[in-house]
Design a protein around this ligand. Structure first.
Ligand SMILES: Nc1ncnc2c1ncn2[C@@H]1O[C@H](COP(=O)(O)OP(=O)(O)O)[C@@H](O)[C@H]1O
Ligand SMILES: [Mg+2]
Length: 244
């Protein structure tokens, strides 16, 4: 469904992403893991068109969308939930959700049924539907950002560190939703520093280090690889590591 071929992103002299090949199958949830500064956000932004790739191609369901703007990619079904959410603080919860629906051709389905679906997934948003975005807690804002992306009925959901800045219990709340969405057949590319959380959703993952994929494998192989815990990543306890 989503394929990145030899993707590179450069900011002046900084080579943030250096020739990444990656694919996400239809209905598959894939994690992109890596430490802070590895290039995860840059890669995701290049996929959704918020950043222009210096080289490489982005394919969505086989169509080369590399030359398209971010809004054109969104209209083709690519939804990006950016790092640190970015909901509209002055709009209510429901207004935020309605904005999400405008990314996709609206006549495809009645808006009400999409709202019902999101409220069904995240009842806390339903309870707070009239409240302003700014009044929500960090975890609720992350839910709203996720709900807004789902309103677009995306073909591919790109998620950038949904747990960032959240207390562990709130992060787990979000991940309960993500596991449910993934199990219902969504196609997801999930960026995470926290290996254990990321691989609780994804069946397969890539490890990004210094802008390059250094490791790739199914969930069990990555979780069982001490290098994933000890060398690359800070997130999550390793069963094999001794307490420091
Ligand atoms: N807009 C930017 N301008 C210059 N350098 C950037 C910019 N955004 C990110 N970088 C650099 O690119 C590298 C990768 O950053 P980023 O993609 O944010 O990594 P991650 O999301 O894995 O933490 C880092 O060295 C970072 O400092
Ligand atoms: Mg990042």
């Amino acid at each position: 469904m989503l394929e990145l071929q030899g993707l590179a992103v450069r900011y002046g002299a900084v080579e943030a992403v250096r020739g990444v090949d990656l694919h996400v199958g239809r209905g598959e949830a894939v994690a992109l893991l890596g430490a802070n500064g590895a290039g995860k956000t840059s890669l995701l932004r290049a996929a959704s068109g918020l950043e222009q790739a210096t080289t490489g191609r982005v394919l969505l369901a086989g169509e080369d969308i590399t030359a398209l703007r971010a809004d054109e990619r969104a209209r083709r079904g690519l939804a990006h939930v950016p790092e640190r959410r970015r909901i509209f603080p002055g709009l209510s919860v429901e207004e935020n959700l309605r904005v999400g629906a405008t990314a996709w051709a609206r006549w495809r389905s009645p808006l009400a049924s999409d709202l019902e679906r999101v409220y069904g997934l995240m009842p806390r948003l339903a309870e707070r539907r009239r409240q302003a975005g700014w009044s929500l807690s960090g975890g609720e804002q992350q839910m709203l950002a996720l709900g807004r992306a789902l309103m677009a009925r995306p073909r591919v959901l790109l998620l950038d560190e949904p747990s960032l800045g959240l207390a562990p219990r709130l992060a787990e709340d979000i991940y309960v939703q993500l596991r449910r969405i993934a199990s219902e057949g969504a196609t997801v590319l999930l960026v995470e520093q926290n290996t254990v959380l990321g691989l609780s959703v994804a069946v397969r993952g890539y490890v990004l280090e210094g802008g390059r994929i250094t490791l790739e494998g199914v969930r069990e192989a990555l979780l069982g690889n001490p290098a994933v815990h000890d060398a690359y990543l800070g997130g999550g306890p390793s069963p094999s590591s001794s307490p420091a």
